[in-house]
Design a protein around this ligand. Structure first.
Ligand SMILES: [Zn+2]
Length: 375
C-alpha cells in the first residue's frame, strides 16, 4: 500500500505542479475536486466524472451522516464502493454545513449539537466523532473538524473562532487513526487578518498534518481580500505538503490562487450552475436560457471535448433548458466539470513549461472579451 505523500514536481513562480499519492490513486495538482455532496456528483454518472479528467471527488460528512448514515455506508463497503467511485475521495468535517444547514444548533467548547434539516432528529459532532465518521466513509483525505469563521468578523471574533478551531485540530489529530495511503488535513483559519492566519498556521504545523487547507475564504470577502490573505498564508505552509483552498471558486479565483501556491480546490459552482442553465466558457459564464441562443447552430464552446459541445448545438441546449428536459442540466453539468478539468490540466501544462504568467494573462484577456453569444 502506498504511503500518503505529495511530490512537488515543478514550480513556476509560486505556482506548483505536484502529485498527491493516496490509497485509491494519485491526484495531479493543481486539481479541481467536483463536489459529490450526498454520494453523487449531481446529474453525473461516476464514469462521466472520471471521463472529464477528475481524479478525486468530495463527499459531505454532514449530509452522509444524516442520510444514509455513516454506519450503513461502512457496512456497504465504504463510500468508494457505495457510490462506485474507485478513485480518491475527500470528505469535509461536517462543521461548515452544520452551521449553514442544520436547525437549532448549539455550539460548546466540545462540539456542536444540532437538529437534522430533514426530520429534526438530534445529532452531535465533535472532533472525535467527525474523525470516526470520515473513517467509516473511508475518505482518503479526512478534514480536521473546525469552525468556519463567519464573515464579517471582528479581529476578536476571528481570533476566538480560530483558537477554538486550533484546539479542535489537535483533538482531530489525536483521534485520527493513521493508515497507509490515508491523510488528515488541518485547516488554517483567522479570517482576513494576517497575524491570525500566521498564528493558525504555526499552531497547525506544531500539530503536524499530511496537508494544509485554507478555510474561511470565499465567504463574501471578495477576490482582492482573498488573494491578499493567500499572499500572507501560503508562504507559511510547508513546501512538501499539499495545500487546499476550500470552497473556491470561479476560474479566475483558481488561476489567481494557483499563482499564489495553492494545489487543490473544490466548489459547487460548476455543478450548481449546470442545473441553472449557466455554462462556464473561456469567455466567462453564459446563460443558455437566453433567447439569443435559440437559432445558434454552433457548439457551446469550440474545441471542448464534452458531449454537450461535441454532439450538440447551443440552440439544442437552449431548447432542452426551455423545455425543462432533464438532459439539459446533465449536459451543462458535464460541460462545466469538463471546463474546470480543462482549466486545471492547462494550468499543470503551463507550470511544467514555465509559462503560467502568460497563461493567466491570456485567460483574463479572453474573459474580458465577453460572452460567446456576442461573437
Ligand atoms: Zn463542453
Amino acid at each position: 500500500m502506498t504511503d500518503f505523500k505529495f511530490d512537488l514536481l515543478a514550480t513556476d513562480g509560486q505556482a506548483r505542479l505536484g502529485r498527491v499519492h493516496t490509497a485509491h490513486g494519485v491526484i495531479d495538482t493543481p486539481a479541481f475536486m467536483p463536489v459529490g455532496t450526498a454520494g453523487t456528483v449531481k446529474a453525473m454518472l461516476p464514469g462521466s466524472v472520471a471521463a472529464t479528467g477528475a481524479q478525486i471527488v468530495l463527499g459531505n460528512t454532514y449530509h452522509l451522516m444524516l442520510r444514509p448514515g455513516a454506519d450503513r455506508v461502512e457496512r456497504l463497503g465504504g463510500l468508494h464502493q457505495f457510490m462506485n467511485w474507485p478513485g480518491p475521495i475527500l470528505t469535509d468535517s461536517g462543521g461548515f454545513q452544520v452551521m449553514s444547514l442544520a436547525k437549532l444548533r448549539k455550539m460548546d467548547a466540545d462540539g456542536v449539537t444540532f437538529q437534522s434539516h430533514h426530520d429534526g432528529s438530534k445529532h452531535r459532532l465533535t472532533p472525535e466523532n467527525s474523525m470516526e465518521i470520515q473513517r467509516q466513509l473511508d475518505a482518503d483525505i479526512t478534514m480536521a473538524f473546525d469552525e468556519c469563521t463567519p464573515f464579517p468578523a471582528t479581529p476578536q471574533q476571528a481570533a476566538e473562532s480560530m483558537r477554538l478551531s486550533m484546539r479542535w485540530a489537535a483533538r482531530s489529530k489525536a483521534a485520527f487513526t493513521p493508515r497507509p495511503g490515508y491523510g488528515l488535513f488541518g485547516i488554517v483559519q483567522g479570517g482576513i487578518y494576517p497575524d491570525l492566519r500566521a498564528e493558525s498556521a504555526k499552531a497547525l504545523l506544531e500539530i503536524g498534518f499530511d496537508g494544509y487547507a485554507i478555510g474561511g475564504l470565499a465567504v463574501g470577502e471578495g477576490q482582492e481580500a482573498m488573494f491578499a490573505t493567500l499572499d500572507v498564508t501560503t508562504p507559511l505552509l510547508p513546501e512538501d505538503k499539499p495545500r487546499y483552498l476550500m470552497g473556491v471558486g470561479r476560474p479566475s479565483d483558481i488561476i489567481g490562487a494557483v499563482m499564489r501556491g495553492v494545489d487543490m480546490f473544490d466548489c459547487v459552482m460548476p455543478t450548481r450552475s449546470g442545473r441553472t442553465a449557466q455554462a462556464f466558457t473561456k469567455r466567462g459564464t453564459v446563460n443558455l436560457r437566453n433567447a439569443r441562443h435559440q437559432d445558434d447552430p454552433r457548439p457551446l464552446e469550440e474545441g471542448c471535448a464534452c458531449p454537450a459541445c461535441r454532439d450538440h448545438s447551443r440552440a439544442y441546449l437552449h431548447h432542452l433548458i426551455r423545455s425543462e428536459e432533464i438532459l439539459g442540466p446533465m449536459l451543462l453539468t458535464w460541460h462545466n466539470i469538463q471546463a474546470y478539468q480543462d482549466l486545471t490540466r492547462s494550468l499543470r501544462a503551463a507550470i511544467a513549461e514555465g509559462r503560467v504568467e502568460a497563461f493567466a494573462a491570456r485567460a483574463a484577456e479572453l474573459e474580458a472579451q465577453g460572452d460567446i453569444a456576442a461573437l
